[in-house]
Design a protein around this ligand. Structure first.
Ligand code: MRU
Length: 356
């Protein structure tokens, strides 16, 4: 299975997802500017994968740094962390992973004895930071597998499943969040029929979801975003599965633009709507979806990015929010790696986070 973020032989490599499905090319990340660009341009994307990439990225940005003492190193690390955090605003995993890396660094200070030399201490610190990034990656992989099992328990053989955007292996360390049960089902003979929304304007459904699922031999049908109601009405959809970029304390979930309209349609047609949300994506400090910052991207993504010539009059006004918030009332259940959470979300999300 393809891995979007690799740290191998002391090199941080990222699969450039902007080139998919035409070309599978890894780019090397060496500096804080490289990782900022990779996240901002969506060369790496999907909330958990952004978190993993940021953790390795901040480590890589300071890996070759030589300083006189701990506080100089910590200051440089902090600047790199703050800079990388500005790459994209919505996926909470970016901030979560960077905070976790800094917390690790600051905790290391207490254990330092500055013997036999600061240089050796510095090597030790760097090694521990890399191990923390490794842990973030392997925990995400394990979380995806666990979400896969919980998710599969909600699905039945032969079901038609609609998904929006890409919350698959390309969006995580491995397996995906909402696509993990599809992969497990594929291994166990569930014979799902997946419908992938193309996901305008950046086409994550067309370029990424339909690519990774068809590579795995899953029966996947690509549809335009405006066809979701039509396939639901025909009775082809038994469940909707989507990922999440940030879930507020009340269960409102920000995900790729268009998710919210799919959730509203699903409710209208009596189809369960499952949002897959690793604990690292739940942000209890954000009370409701209204407080989630929604990234706005350039209008050209709508009318010129995939076309040979502009598909709108010159100078047209655009509005291009990258995410929307699905109100918790439309979410049938939230699948986490610690279990399936049902309403009332304000109470039950907190419980699942506190659970060991
Ligand atoms: O803009 P993107 O491609 O980073 O948006 C990705 C999504 O909206 C995903 O559904 C979400 O990050 C969950 S990924 C497991």
């Amino acid at each position: 299975m393809i891995t979007p973020v690799r740290y191998e032989d002391d090199r941080l490599m990222i699969l450039d997802q902007t080139l998919l499905p035409g070309e599978e090319r890894y780019i090397e990340i060496k500096t804080k500017e490289d990782i900022w660009k990779a996240i901002n341009k969506l060369q790496v994307r999907g909330a958990p994968a952004i978190g993993v990439a940021a953790a390795y990225g901040v480590y890589r940005a300071v890996r070759d740094l030589e300083t006189e003492n701990f506080s100089d190193f910590a200051r440089e690390f902090h600047w790199a962390k703050e800079y990388i955090a500005t790459a994209r605003p919505t996926a909470v995993n970016l901030f979560w992973a960077l905070e976790r890396m800094e917390k690790k660094l600051l905790a290391l200070e207490d254990g330092l004895c500055f013997e036999p030399s600061w240089n050796q201490e510095l090597d030790y610190i760097k090694e521990e930071l890399r191990k923390e990034a490794d842990a973030i990656r392997s925990e995400d992989e394990a979380a995806c597998l666990a979400m896969g099992e919980y998710g599969l328990s909600l699905l039945k053989k032969g079901m038609g499943i609609l998904t929006h955007c890409n919350a698959g292996t390309l969006a995580t360390a491995k397996y995906g969040t909402c696509l993990a049960p599809i992969y497990l089902g594929q291994e166990r003979g569930y014979e799902f029929k997946v419908f992938a929304d193309e996901t305008r304007p950046l086409l994550q459904g067309a370029r990424l979801t339909s690519w990774e699922l068809s590579q795995a031999g899953v029966d996947v049908t690509l549809i335009c975003d405006n066809m979701a109601a039509s396939v639901m009405k025909k009775g082809w959809i038994d469940a909707v599965v989507v990922g999440c970029d940030r879930m507020a304390a009340n269960g409102d979930g920000a995900n790729k633009i268009g998710t919210s309209q799919v959730a509203i349609l699903a409710k209208e047609y009596g189809i369960p709507f499952y949002m897959f949300v690793p604990v690292s994506t739940i942000d209890l400090s954000t009370p409701t979806g209204d407080q989630i910052t929604i990234e706005e991207r350039r209008g050209g993504e709508i009318y010129e990015m995939w076309y040979q010539k502009p598909m709108a009059p010159a100078g047209i006004k655009t509005y291009n929010p990258s995410f929307d918030v699905t109100d918790h009332q439309y979410i049938t259940a939230v699948v986490t790696e610690k279990g399936i959470v049902y309403p009332p979300y304000t109470e039950n999300l907190r419980k699942v986070i506190e659970q060991k």
